[in-house]
Write a protein that binds this ligand. Structure first.
Ligand SMILES: [Zn+2]
Length: 333
């Protein structure tokens, strides 16, 4: 039996009605399953930020500028002061920068840092052209390696970079550059590769949902589509045993670059998705990039809203890293 009347409770706080097919709001003990919210920030430069004409970053994804690093550090402090931890995903290339002390201090504070490859390579690439802009322009960098060999090397090389510059023994999980609508389904080879490299969970799936043509504002159909996609963005185990922790829509890039949303609309979507997670005991894996948020949300209003919601409903919500979400899936399966 639920101790908390979730639906009534949520309707009272937000006036919403949610139709959900995700149906595991209680655990075996009969206690309500807590909503798990992960605040994940991918540390990379983003095309079209800070200005729309900016395409250069595709070739230097890891060459973070000062405002991006500052935003990442301040976001980590904000979340920590609010009782949570951030799960960052870093590129090995960033370790080539002169100063990585900001990331060392993030690690020292207890935040998680996972592997996002060395050069932001596309794991589903079939050709060198698909692999990454840098390799498309300079294919000789592969030195005869196949695309599959380069993907493996790119993940390993990032580990080596983290170990050397950050003294990080193991990255905390792996996130694929780009999200795939079908995750790693049908790619047992990649699942097994990650398992063999010591990763027991991956974050690769980003479910399909509707978006708007740039210049228009999202209507209720769009919000509803995003909300409905939350149930398709719940963690699960692949047959190989690898755990998938999907990215939850809508990402900051999906909203601010692809849709050119207003901040208030982005916040509305995030709020609705968290309310859904509270009602169902589900997971919301907030996905954003400091390089995008510093332009779109300079005052960190979205993060502050997430922290406020978690604090208000602390008996039903926990802010966690992806490792903790993976542990719950292990315990439940
Ligand atoms: Zn990325």
């Amino acid at each position: 039996m639920n101790r908390f009347p979730r639906r009534n409770f949520l309707q009272s706080i937000a006036g919403i009605t949610t139709a959900s097919c995700f149906n595991s709001s209680t655990i075996a003990s009969g206690l309500p399953r807590k909503a798990q919210i992960a605040i994940t920030l991918d540390l990379e430069m983003s095309r079209e930020f800070p200005t729309r004409d900016q395409l250069h970053w595709d070739y230097e994804k890891g060459n973070l500028d000062e405002p991006t690093k500052r935003y990442a550090l301040e976001a980590a402090r904000l979340v920590q002061n609010g009782g949570g931890m951030v799960h960052f995903f870093a590129l090995g290339q960033t370790m080539e920068q002169a100063d990585v002390s900001w990331l060392k201090s993030i690690l020292a504070d207890g935040h998680a840092v996972g592997n996002h490859t060395y050069d932001h390579v596309y794991l589903l690439a079939k050709s060198v052209d698909d692999l990454q802009f840098r390799f498309k322009r300079a294919p000789w960098l592969l030195e005869g390696r196949t695309v599959d060999q380069e993907i493996h090397r790119n993940i390993k090389l990032a580990e080596l970079a983290f170990k050397t510059r950050l003294n990080l023994a193991r990255p905390d999980g792996f996130r694929t550059p780009g999200g795939f609508q079908t995750g790693l389904h049908g790619r047992e080879d990649l699942q097994k590769m990650l398992l063999s490299m010591g990763y027991d969970y991956v974050s690769s799936l980003y479910p399909a949902h509707a978006n708007i043509p740039p210049g228009t504002r999202p209507n209720e159909t769009i919000f509803k589509s995003i909300l409905e996609s939350q149930s398709k963005a719940q963690p699960f185990k692949y047959p190989t045993g690898l755990i998938e922790i999907p990215m939850s829509p809508i990402s900051d890039i999906g909203a601010f670059r692809n849709g050119r949303w207003k901040l208030e609309d982005f916040m509305k979507s995030v709020r609705q998705s968290i309310e859904w997670a509270i009602e169902t005991g589900g997971v919301f894996d907030f996905l954003a990039h400091p390089s995008c948020l510093l332009v779109s949300d300079p005052e960190m209003k979205t993060l502050k809203m997430i922290l406020d919601m978690a604090k208000k409903h602390q008996e039903m919500v926990e802010i966690v890293t992806l490792g903790k979400i993976a542990n719950r899936i292990k315990q439940e399966s």
